[in-house]
Design a protein. Structure first.
Length: 190
C-alpha cells in the first residue's frame, strides 16, 4: 500500500503537468510571496518543513539568463568595451534564498527547492523558520537553528544550496583548494 507522498513524488517526475496551470498567476504576483502551504509537500517535509507554528513557506521568482549588464552609453568608447560582463558565483537557488531572507528579516532560511520555470523565470519555494517562537525553541529537531551561530546563515553561505555553490559537497583530495574558503587560504599565505 502506497501513501500520499509516493503519488506526489510520482506526479513531480513530470513537473510541467503540475506547475504549468499555475504559471500565469506566479508571473503576475510579486517576486517574493508568502504562501499558505508548500506546493511540493513531499520535498518540503524531506527538507525539514513541519505544518506547525513557526514555519513559513515563500515562493520566489528569479530571472533566468546570464548576468550580462546593459552597456554604459555615452562614455566615448566602442560598444564592445562598454558591456559589463560578470560571472555570478552563486547558483540561482542561493540568490532566491537571499532575496527571501531580505524580505522576511525576522525569519531564518532553513532550505529551498525548485518548483518550476518558464521562458524568463525560475521559481523556488523557500522554507523559513521563526526562531523567536517557543514552538521552535522547544522542538528537539529544530532548536539548533535558534542558536546564535546560525543567525543570518543564508548570507554566510551555510544553507544547502550555498554549500553546493561554494563547492563544499566535495570531500578528500578534490576539496583541498576550496576548504575552508579561497579567501581564508589566501590570508594564511598558502
Amino acid at each position: 500500500m502506497k501513501g500520499m507522498y509516493h503519488y506526489v513524488r510520482e506526479a513531480w517526475k513530470k513537473p510541467k503537468s503540475v506547475y504549468k496551470p499555475l504559471l500565469v498567476g506566479w508571473r503576475k504576483s510579486n517576486a517574493v510571496v508568502k504562501v499558505d502551504k508548500p506546493l511540493r509537500i513531499d520535498k518540503a517535509r524531506a527538507l525539514g518543513y513541519k505544518a506547525k507554528k513557526g514555519f513559513v513557506v515563500a515562493r520566489v521568482r528569479i530571472k533566468r539568463g546570464g548576468r550580462k549588464r546593459p552597456s554604459r552609453m555615452g562614455l566615448g568608447r566602442r560598444s564592445k568595451r562598454q558591456t559589463i560582463r560578470k560571472t555570478l558565483k552563486m547558483n540561482y537557488k542561493w540568490v532566491a534564498e537571499q532575496r527571501c531572507a531580505r524580505k522576511f528579516r525576522n525569519l531564518e532560511v532553513l532550505n529551498s527547492y525548485w518548483i518550476g520555470k518558464d521562458g524568463k523565470h525560475y521559481f523556488y519555494e523557500i522554507i523559513l523558520v521563526d526562531t523567536s517562537r517557543p514552538e521552535i525553541q522547544k522542538d528537539k529537531n529544530m532548536k539548533w537553528i535558534c542558536e546564535k551561530k546560525h543567525k543570518r546563515r543564508v548570507f554566510r553561505g551555510l544553507t544547502s544550496a550555498a554549500r553546493k555553490s561554494r563547492g563544499l559537497r566535495k570531500k578528500g583530495k578534490r576539496a583541498i583548494k576550496i576548504r575552508p574558503s579561497i579567501r581564508a587560504r589566501g590570508r594564511r599565505g598558502k
